[in-house]
Design a binder for this molecule. Structure first.
Ligand code: ACO
Length: 399
């Protein structure tokens, strides 16, 4: 590891690294990825063990506090989060200000950003207690806001949080209940969505997390920083990829058309990529994709949708791509987004909500990373350099 900051101070040299492919912007003790091995750890615990044995709220505690909670700590944490699930009644007006057909991610950017106006005075980022309260508020309110965005988009009344349910079951009921017909939460679906949340909870310095850190490095209000993260997550090269992957599988439609799409993806001039394939860091199978594939099968079995034609297309596409020289050589494997769209659609979410669900889960990662940054004595305002390629100094033209 070279300390480029020192190199710059001593010599004036700096690195040119578009996309930060080889530049660490911070040190962090939250998440570890070994891209060559295909390994992901949260605070030292492997993602597959956590997905199998824990629950999303316990993972929130782990990411924020560094250790898994004891039973007592979990109970207290759960109660505290439950106390913060409501949003100010005035916030409903924000939703109704948006066009009905606005993308729910656009609504999320606006409404989550607006939280900074509601909690500005009680969010002194230099006060550890207020930082913690802001973190808890964010984790608690995100599912409520996401469910409200969904309800608004389908013209149904907002459903209030139910604190007797666990985090994920409560989210499902806020999305799918209607006042005259309470929604019975299917435990297999709730467990599957909880696991999907665990898989998405953090992923070290990805684009949206780096955005949150960069915004937060100036001392900005954390709710506004999370809104910046949501905006970044929306793009199809990042969180929007699950939506794009499902659209692609639908466009392929049948197994016999797969070779045509494989060839198109290999032809750079086509501008087409296999969505849900490839990753900046993983040069092996994304460990989250393995858990996601298993979860997809469980959900389809539980909902009696095991003959879902898109699953057949996805599995065959994966098989063919993993035997193709192009994908082997470039180390392109399915990523977390490849199977998540099929799973989420089977649960009942429309495609436009996929990235919103990602945002709900990633909120804890964003806020844990924001908190870690604020508490880091080495923390400085983020300020990348540039390689100037414009004209050299020249005189202003005289009339
Ligand atoms: N299909 C076809 N070719 C691909 C794909 C793909 N999905 N992904 C990368 N490649 C090729 C590129 O054309 C490039 O070829 P070259 O070396 O001949 O120029 C090579 O593989 C490396 O690609 P880069 O774009 O340089 O890799 P980078 O690390 O910048 O990109 C990314 C990673 C954005 C994820 C890319 O693989 C991609 O666009 N995948 C599809 C979108 C996707 O699934 N995104 C989700 C990522 S996971 C997440 O955000 C949760």
């Amino acid at each position: 590891v070279i300390d480029i900051g020192k190199l710059y101070r001593d010599t004036g040299c700096f690195t040119y690294d578009p996309g930060f492919t080889s530049t660490a912007n911070c040190s962090s003790g939250i998440t570890f990825i070994d891209g060559d091995k295909g390994e992901l750890l949260y605070r030292g615990y492997s993602i597959d063990e956590l997905a199998e044995n824990s629950n999303f709220l316990a993972i929130c505690y782990l990411l924020l506090h560094g250790e898994l909670p004891t039973n007592e700590e979990f109970k207290t944490f759960r109660n505290t989060i439950s106390r913060h699930t409501m949003v100010h009644e005035q916030m409903t007006k924000f939703f109704t200000g948006f066009r009905r057909d606005g993308h729910p991610m656009a609504i999320m950017v606006g409404v989550v950003g607006a939280l900074s106006a509601f909690y500005h005075d009680s969010t002194d980022i230099n006060d550890p207690e207020q930082r913690q309260t802001a973190s808890y508020r964010m984790i608690a309110k995100m599912p409520t806001i996401a469910a409200m965005a969904y309800k608004y988009s389908i013209g149904q009344p907002f459903i209030y949080p139910r604190n007797d349910l666990d985090y994920t079951s409560n989210f499902l009921q806020m999305c799918f209940s209607v006042p005259c017909e309470p929604y019975i939460v299917n435990p297999v679906v709730a467990r599957a969505l909880d696991r999907i949340f665990i898989l998405h909870a953090d992923h070290e310095q990805n684009a949206s997390t780096s955005t949150v850190r960069l915004a937060g490095s100036s001392g900005a209000n954390p709710f506004a920083c999370i809104a910046a993260g949501i905006a970044c997550l929306w793009g199809p090269a990042h969180g929007g990829a699950n939506e794009a992957a499902l659209n692609m599988l639908e466009e392929i439609g049948t197994v016999d058309r797969i070779p045509e799409y494989i060839e198109k993806a290999k032809d750079k001039s086509s501008g087409f990529r296999l969505m849900g394939f490839g990753h900046r860091v993983y040069k092996n199978y994304d460990p989250r994709a393995k858990v996601m594939q298993k979860t997809c099968h469980e959900v389809l079995d539980a909902l009696d949708k095991r003959n879902e034609p898109l699953l057949k297309v996805a599995m065959e596409l994966e098989r063919i791509a993993l035997e193709d020289e192009y994908f082997v050589q470039k180390k392109l494997y399915p990523n977390i987004d490849f199977y998540s769209g099929i799973t989420l659609r089977a649960i009942g979410f429309p495609v436009s909500m996929f990235t919103v669900l990602f945002a709900v889960a990633r909120t804890v990662g964003w806020i844990a990373q924001w908190k870690e940054m604020i508490e880091d004595p080495e923390q400085k305002i983020g300020r990348p350099r540039q390689l100037y390629i414009g004209p050299p100094r020249r005189p202003f033209p005289k009339a």
